[in-house]
Design a protein around this ligand. Sequence first.
Ligand code: ATP
Length: 201
Amino acid sequence: YQTAGRGRRGRQWLSPFAGQLIFSFYWTIDPKKALDGLSLVIGLAIAEALNAKVKWPNDVLLLGRKLGGILVEIINNKNGLLNLVVGIGINVKLPQSTEISQPYAQLTEQDPNIDRETILIKVIQRIYSRLAQFEEKGIDEEFIQQWINHNEFFGDEVNVFTEQGAISGIEQGIDKRGYLKVITDEGERYFNAGEVSLRRK
Ligand code: ATP
């Protein structure tokens, strides 16, 4: 369990006793490389490993509900590299009393006899392979296409909540920077993950 799990922008991540696969790993990246899109890479890798879906930027969904969360943080280590700590939480089976502020899913819904070790190995292998590809090629066409294939909201009417208010449109996946693409009444708009939240309308 985790007592002070965090989501994006100070939100809470709940991780009750024995309820999740919850782990962090350390990774370094060449500081000259663009980090844009990195958290999408982890999200897609997990979705691929678990036969699940993604919601931009990096939620993992099962049956339309939130199965897992990802938090990528940069830590200071004077080695000339970008030092990342990637934290991942995936619900396996949560106690019924868990109160989460949005609909959530758990892996036992997919398979009641789920084996954590098997899942962990699959997830890590997929993440490492996607990270290696990302370091070599960034967000390329293959990635964009695979991301769209796993995209829960593709073609749906969505609201993008920004600090200036909500913007509505049709979700159209991502671009080469990993930005969200939305067709609005005023034309195409692109959003950076740091600034906004996406919800289905
Ligand atoms: P965004 O779409 O902007 O990322 P988010 O609400 O999904 O928004 P995150 O920071 O990704 O935000 O995750 C934190 C949120 O995840 C919490 O506010 C809560 O609603 C939800 N949450 C917390 N614990 C769990 C859990 N174990 N399983 C599923 N969802 C959870």
